[in-house]
Design a binder for this molecule. Structure first.
Ligand code: COI
Length: 480
């Protein structure tokens, strides 16, 4: 062996990974500083419980090149970290092959636009934009003239393409902006001239400024946004941002992390902090249950359900997380769960059921069987309501359940089956449903897994098929 080969192999030996060190690459010096700071605060909070691990933070600056430099600095360390957590779609895509090559386990957060060429290596906590978009389009569907104003990066441009594909004939103007800008008026004048009835803002921290300048210019279009738009700045400018509707993950607002974060930092976390917190706590849990190779850590996540501040997160075999999204809204200066969504989803589901049955020639028997059939639900109803934090069921007026998201209840009768007997508020609502063709109420019953009692809100409507009347019900947890 020559001298150079010996030195190289000694370096390789020295560069074993530090199995207590986790690297976190965040966009500290960029237009997304507020997001990076929040993610760091959440990770610091989580690390209070894990004193035997340490975190090294690196600045990705504003683009993929900055992230690659930061990653190479980590690799050059004597003992590089065993895992890296990174933020932003453009960073995820750039670092994924590098981390895979160096066999450093990779978790990506705040990365809705991301493809992985290397399997079994990277876990993603963010729901893909293509999933979120299905939910957003339910709402966007009611607009005829849609304009898009998007950050000029892979997140904004990826999303823009998806919306353009889905609403080809309704797009009246599309402009990309540099997220470092502070004055958007020239672009907004062009957007105003296009006379949109909805303006989609694919924005993060500067969404507030854009909304303010847009309203000051006289743009009256409905503002519509996506996950990254929920930033504290929006509430400071609520005079201009009230009414903004956006898609947003559900998470467990009662998780101790939320109160602790609020106490320590003076404001509640957004999804960026919540995601960052779960990424590091789950990673440390994973290290305790498996060895530290990228493959073993990936296998720990893949196909499992982890319960964290995001609620129940299911990881598929590719390594993508899944959890529900819903519509939020700014109302009187506060972020709230948009109340319109339940009625909207119920009516959407009703319309698709009626349409599907008008295309079939069914006798009464087939009608009930079809309604009870779970692909029917898959093909017809779920396209409209998938991934919202709701449940649906269909009841005959005599109390027979002919469809329920919890399949084990199909065929039972609310008025006669024993499992319902102790739930008086449910029986009362069901009696009202039997005699009234639409309404709302509240009851206590088991959750979808039939494990614990929960209080649900319900709205129902009627579907008349071949002269048979059915009640279609939508429920959601009371405190959502
Ligand atoms: C994303 O890429 O999905 C993000 O949320 C990035 C964020 C820094 C705006």
């Amino acid at each position: 062996m020559g001298l150079i080969a010996i030195i190289t192999s000694m370096n390789a030996i020295e560069k074993t990974k530090d199995n207590k060190l986790i690297a976190v690459i965040l966009p500290f010096t960029s237009a997304f500083k507020g997001i990076a700071d929040e993610q760091k605060e959440a990770i610091d909070l989580a690390m209070l419980d894990f004193t035997d691990y340490s975190v090294i933070y690196k600045d990705s600056k504003s683009d993929a090149a900055g992230a690659v430099t930061a990653f190479n600095e980590l690799l050059a360390m004597d003992k590089p970290p065993f895992a890296v957590i990174s933020c932003a779609s453009w960073v995820a895509t750039a670092l994924h092959p590098l981390a895979a090559e160096a066999d450093i386990f990779h978790i990506v957060i705040a990365s809705a636009d991301f493809k992985r060429p290397v399997p079994k290596h990277t876990i993603r906590f963010t729901i893909d934009a293509s999933q979120e978009e299905k939910q957003l389009s339910n709402y966007l569907n009611k607009f005829k003239r849609i304009a898009i104003y998007n950050m000029d990066n892979s997140y904004g441009n990826g999303w823009k393409k998806t919306i353009e594909n889905n609403f080809k004939d309704r797009i009246v103007e599309v402009i990309a902006y540099d997220p470092k800008n502070k004055d958007f008026t020239n672009d907004l004048k062009i957007l105003k001239d296009a006379d949109p009835d909805a303006l989609v803002l694919l924005s993060a921290g500067n969404g507030a400024l854009i909304a303010k300048q847009a309203r000051q210019l006289g743009i009256t279009a409905q503002f519509v946004g996506t996950r990254p738009i929920e930033r504290p700045e929006l509430l400071v400018e609520s005079e201009y941002t009230n009414g903004l509707v956006f898609t947003y993950p559900t998470y467990n607002e009662h998780h101790p992390m939320i109160a602790l974060f609020t106490k320590n930092y003076g404001n509640a976390p957004t999804i960026f902090g919540v995601e960052a917190y779960d990424s590091i706590t789950s990673l440390i849990t994973a290290t305790k249950a498996s060895n530290l190779s990228a493959e073993a850590l990936f296998d720990w996540y893949s196909g499992t359900t982890y319960t964290g501040a995001l609620g129940e997160i299911h990881f598929d075999n590719i390594g993508d997380a899944h959890y529900p999204y819903m519509y939020k809204e700014i109302y009187k200066g506060k972020f709230i769960t948009a109340p319109f969504q339940y009625e909207m989803l119920l009516n959407d589901a009703k319309l698709v059921i009626v349409k599907a049955f008008n295309q079939l020639e069914n006798n009464d028997m087939q009608l009930e069987e079809s309604l009870s059939d779970s692909d029917f639900y898959g093909k017809i109803i779920s396209r409209k309501v998938t991934n919202f934090p709701i449940e649906m069921w269909i009841m005959k007026q005599d109390g027979t359940i002919i469809y329920d998201d919890n399949r084990s209840e199909i065929g039972l009768n609310i008025f006669t089956d024993e499992i319902y007997a102790a739930y008086h508020s449910l029986l009362e609502v069901a009696r009202k449903m039997s005699s009234t063709n639409n309404g709302k109420g509240e009851y206590t019953f088991l959750d979808i897994k039939m494990k614990k009692n929960v209080t649900k809100k319900i709205i129902w409507t009627s579907i008349n098929l071949n002269g048979n009347e059915f009640r279609l019900a939508l429920t959601h947890l009371k405190d959502l």
